[in-house]
Design a binder for this molecule. Structure first.
Ligand SMILES: [Zn+2]
Length: 216
């Protein structure tokens, strides 16, 4: 541990991203002991999503997972991308295991990026890439603003909401590549499916969805 980190740890002690408790020195993984035991781990082998081989998620989206993600997105909790990315990388490793060629993410709109100052899925993708030693590449842009998916009640309306909302960036060729597509939460899978369709049209051989959490 270097001195700079030690001083920072004293001023801003590292906290568990899920329950907010200050971590003990031995809880080095960045997740507190209690949450490790009690978090709603998602043990089913993924969810079926259009144009994806599968969508994997280490956690269910409820309780402290939901609160942790809100902190991450809205309350300056970007530092937690590191632990979240590690949990996602571990999940991909355990539940998929096969090699992948690249990692990309579901982008936010330019307007949202301006408001928030960062793209949460890009942060997650970057951390997943670090853990897996796989290149992280921007491939998509959001070309149309959409309503928040969580406010739309039915799957078919969700699908309509995101239809045509994403496009592949100029000059991207994914021919023959197996790509991991990162998002924060999967609910109906409409957004991931729409983005995966774009990647497949750009030549991707296979797309594996990967999110931190899965909502029922
Ligand atoms: Zn905790």
């Amino acid at each position: 541990m270097n001195l700079g980190k030690l001083v920072l740890d004293l001023i801003y002690p590292p906290r568990c991203p899920f329950c907010g408790r200050v971590l003990e020195v031995w809880e080095e993984e960045g997740l507190c002991h209690r949450c490790q035991k009690t978090l709603p781990w998602q043990l089913e082998v993924g969810k079926q999503v259009d144009f994806c081989a599968r969508c994997l998620s280490p956690l269910w989206y409820r309780g402290s997972v939901r609160r942790g993600m809100r902190r991450f997105k809205f309350q300056g909790g970007q530092i937690h991308a590191r632990l979240f990315g590690m949990l996602m990388a571990q999940c991909l490793h355990d539940q998929w295991g096969e090699e992948v060629d690249g990692i990309t993410w579901v982008p936010v709109s330019r307007r949202r990026l301006g408001q928030r100052g960062f793209d949460q899925c890009q942060l997650l993708a970057r951390e997943v890439g670090k853990y897996l030693g796989v290149e992280v590449v921007p491939t998509l842009e959001k070309v149309r603003n959409t309503k928040q998916q969580s406010r739309i009640p039915t799957p078919s309306a969700r699908q309509a909401n995101v239809m045509g909302a994403y496009a592949v960036l100029d000059g991207i060729d994914l021919t023959g590549k197996r790509m991991v597509l990162v998002d924060d939460v999967v609910t109906s899978g409409a957004t991931l499916g729409e983005c995966a369709a774009c990647l497949r049209m750009a030549g991707a051989e296979e797309v594996i969805g990967l999110t931190l959490a899965r909502a029922r």
